[in-house]
Design a protein. Structure first.
Length: 261
């Protein structure tokens, strides 16, 4: 006996995993270029260029936007507390693992509030607005996105307040995704997902099978996130150890981006 599942009852859209898979691939490419600079194999630090900052923000934005979409789909009918807590503790535990690992590996630039920390806290706070009137969710998103640009006070320029994102001085860390303004991106994901759910034709379109390799990558984004840097760094360390000192090359120059603009 076959069971027919309508598109309106699905709690996971393949396109969401596909977009997440694209973000994962972009993240790996970004970190690989950063690793090449870290090992002084190229004379280029992508994290300190305008193009690099735009790319890193775009990648983080995709992940956080999809958090809002996924929360809406997973709990569209009623809050599944068990599933939510399982996912929350998995992400929060991974964030703690990243903090602990980077504290010992790079204590001067350890990750105290990166993308995983932001996803965990944003997911928890988003529950308060998951079923709020759409206009309230949208206004809350605009407030979260705009408040950091509106508030200027040295009160928040202290390590215990950096997680909030209202500081004017940027902390020294290898991954910094504060609650504000990024919580606003999560709320925008909720708004978009709820608007789509109100239109059956769009739901049916998004429920169609997507590009399987990217879908699989997106579905296993968390373990890939945790493992890709140790693998890349380990590979490059072995390569540099065996090959010896290499002459630096500038494989990517800022002028390249300017010429392509």
């Amino acid at each position: 006996m076959s069971v027919v599942t309508s598109s309106s009852s699905l709690t996971r859209w393949p396109i969401v995993d596909t977009l997440r898979g694209i973000a994962v691939i972009a993240m790996i490419g970004f970190h690989f270029i950063w690793d090449l600079g870290f090992f002084q194999m190229i004379d280029y630090d992508i994290s300190f260029t305008p193009e690099g900052r735009v790319l890193s923000h775009l990648i983080a934005g995709i992940f956080l936007f999809l958090v809002g979409v996924s929360l809406t789909l997973a709990h569209r009918k009623e809050l599944n507390a068990r599933a939510f807590l399982k996912r929350f503790f998995k992400i929060a535990g991974a964030a703690a693992f990243v903090s602990l690992g980077t504290f010992f590996a790079t204590p001067e630039e350890w990750i105290f509030f990166g993308v995983l920390h932001c996803i965990a806290l944003s997911s928890l706070l988003a529950l308060l607005l998951l079923r709020a009137p759409l206009i309230i969710v949208f206004v809350s998103a605009l407030l979260a996105l705009s408040v950091p640009a509106l508030i200027e006070t040295p009160f928040f320029d202290r390590p215990d307040m950096y997680w909030l994102g209202l500081n004017q001085v940027l902390p020294r860390t290898n991954d910094y995704v504060p609650l504000l303004p990024w919580f606003g991106v999560v709320l925008i994901g909720i708004v978009i997902a709820r608007l789509i759910l109100a239109r059956e034709a769009l739901v049916t379109l998004l429920a169609r099978p997507s590009f399987i390799p990217l879908t699989l990558i997106g579905r296993y984004a968390l373990p890939i996130y945790l493992l890709h840097q140790p693998v890349l760094i380990g590979f490059l360390w072995v390569f540099v150890t065996l090959a010896g000192p290499l002459e630096k090359t500038s494989v990517i120059e800022p002028a390249f981006f300017q010429n392509c603009a």
